[in-house]
Design a protein around this ligand. Structure first.
Ligand SMILES: [Mg+2]
Length: 121
């Protein structure tokens, strides 16, 4: 099972890679929305975990691209964002967002959500 993590914070990315690979997920990384879009097309990703506030292409724009593309019609998308924006973003894109978490989040809560969307084989 392959998870794409898109975030412009390299410390956050390495944390997520450690946590998810420790759970048996394969992780693909992207530092902005444009790279994430390229990775989605190059890799068979099973879940996309997307920061909203990123340079080059932000999460909202990336989600629009994903949802406009038939290839990714069934791709679960989890949004990561700072608290006060979460509700607006999720409503804006509903039902294109599968789940969301606000930063900072509890690692166990994050893992529970990921496992619910994408059980480890
Ligand atoms: Mg960010």
């Amino acid at each position: 099972m392959k998870v794409l993590i898109a975030d412009d914070d390299p410390i956050f990315i390495s944390l997520m890679v450690d946590i998810l690979s420790g759970e048996g997920y394969e992780v693909v990384q992207a530092e902005n929305g444009r790279v994430a879009w390229e990775q989605l097309q190059a890799e068979a990703v099973d879940l996309a975990v997307l920061d909203m506030n990123m340079p080059d292409m932000d999460g909202v724009e990336l989600i629009k691209l994903i949802r406009a593309d038939e290839r990714f019609a069934k791709l679960p998308v989890m949004v990561l964002t700072i608290g006060f924006r979460a509700k607006d973003i999720v409503q804006e894109n509903d039902p294109s967002v599968t789940d969301y978490m606000t930063k900072p989040f509890d690692v166990d809560d994050m893992l529970a959500k990921v496992k619910q969307m994408l059980p480890v084989r």
